[in-house]
Design a protein around this ligand. Structure first.
Ligand code: G3I
Length: 373
């Protein structure tokens, strides 16, 4: 109801201003006076439902007009797909400014600001894309737990500090759990770890506390994949989140990546998805869908229709959850997606725009879900 009213008011306002602009001629024909209103974008339809529609992006592509125009027109939020990861942003040893390379991510932030967009940060702690100098130092045993702790504290403080006021939400820790719910063995946890080995999620909590100290206003998220439904991994994340909330550790929400294929579209799975999100909402946490894509094995009409249906259902699940505030796709055009490379060309076509920036059925399905009562 609210969404329809807002959309109506928006369109009525748009029409009025366009009519006013043409208003110098009092004898306009009906055709003259009724220009086609431009269609509502995802970001507008999302805003009308208080949902932030985002996309992962890369700065090197902003010079491509269709890329930049589509991103700015359709999305309210940008998240750097790779350029805030440790290995990219902190490629050289040391803790002073010369060790960091902020320019590529800064370019995305500047683009976002120029187009009234938010920036979501990704990610401060991850076991992948750790800088070679850290991995090499650990292998050579020149970096032990004490040094690693200092390195990670400096990294989090410097990066979150650099973007304070410009990044509104951070994936602080990404993918720390195995599918069976155990903690993943990583350089940060136990190999050698930052000195909190065998203390469960204490190292994750430490990262959140450092991030909070660096930017007290940023919202802090734990982010993971294959944790969308109720399963051992989401149970483990839930246990951690409940504990953090109970003890006042600075966590604001959970990011659910949502890298799906068509098999996700069945009632049992979708019910479990909704129930899972709800239990986190019930803890008072915000829900962000952070990396949504729906891969298919060929871009035929049947697959694209099925893909669209799932995009629509995921959007609806988010809308029906009281604290789901972000719906973000991992990229937005099939021209640039991690899927074909990762699935060796056997899967792809996972995003709402095709490789020529044309809207796919998935785009229309998201919009329809956003505009539904
Ligand atoms: O830009 C270079 C290109 O010049 C070179 O020819 C090519 C050869 O491999 O590599 C290109 O860089 C690649 C980059 O993506 C840009 O496409 C890197 O090798 C590749 O490792 C990098 O992969 C990214 C990956 O994270 C690791 O950072 C993917 O794009 C990105 O989509 C993926 O994102 C992750 C999330 O962070 C966490 N959740 C899962 C998600 C998908 O794996």
């Amino acid at each position: 109801m609210f969404a329809h009213r807002t959309t109506y008011l928006f369109l009525a306002g748009l029409l009025a201003s366009q009519t006013a602009a043409l208003g110098q001629n009092p004898v306009m024909t009906r055709q003259d006076a009724s220009p086609q209103p431009r269609s509502v974008t995802l970001r507008e339809a999302g805003s009308a439902r208080r949902l932030i529609i985002g996309a992962a992006a890369s700065p090197g592509r902003l010079s491509e007009p269709q890329y930049a125009d589509t991103l700015a027109a359709q999305f309210r939020q940008i998240e750097p797909e790779i350029h805030m990861k440790f290995g990219f942003i902190h490629p050289r040893p040391g803790s002073d400014a010369s060790a960091y390379d902020f320019a590529p991510a800064d370019k995305l932030v500047a683009f976002a600001q120029a187009h009234d967009m938010l920036v979501r940060g990704h990610c401060l702690v991850w076991h992948q894309r750790v800088a070679d100098w850290v991995v090499g130092g650990v292998a050579a045993k020149t970096i032990g737990s004490e040094q690693l702790k200092a390195i990670l504290q400096n990294h989090i403080s410097t990066v979150a500090g650099h973007y304070a006021g410009n990044v509104w939400a951070w994936d602080v820790v990404n993918e720390a759990f195995n599918d069976d719910g155990s903690l993943r063995s990583t350089i940060w946890y136990d190999s050698p770890g930052i000195g909190l080995k065998d203390r469960g999620t204490a190292y994750i909590e430490q990262a959140f506390r450092w991030a909070h100290a660096a930017d007290p206003k940023a919202k802090l998220f734990y982010n993971d994949y294959e944790a969308e439904v109720i399963n051992p991994k989401s149970d483990a994340i839930y246990t951690m989140a409940k504990d953090f909330v109970a003890r006042g550790a600075p966590i604001d929400g959970i990011g659910f990546q949502a890298h799906f294929d068509l098999a996700f579209d069945n009632p049992k799975t979708l019910d479990s998805f909704a129930a899972n999100l709800k239990r986190f909402s019930d803890l008072g946490l915000e829900i962000h869908i952070t990396e949504l894509d729906v891969r298919v094995n060929a871009p035929n009409a049947t697959n694209l229709a099925a893909q669209a249906a799932l995009y629509g259902k995921v959007t609806t699940v988010c809308l029906q959850n009281p604290t789901c505030r972000v719906l973000q796709t991992w990229g937005f055009t099939d021209k640039y997606s991690w899927i074909p490379a990762y699935f060796k060309g056997k899967q792809g076509w996972a995003l709402p725009f095709d490789d020529s920036y044309q809207k796919k059925p998935a785009y229309n399905a998201i919009l329809k879900a956003l505009e539904a009562k």
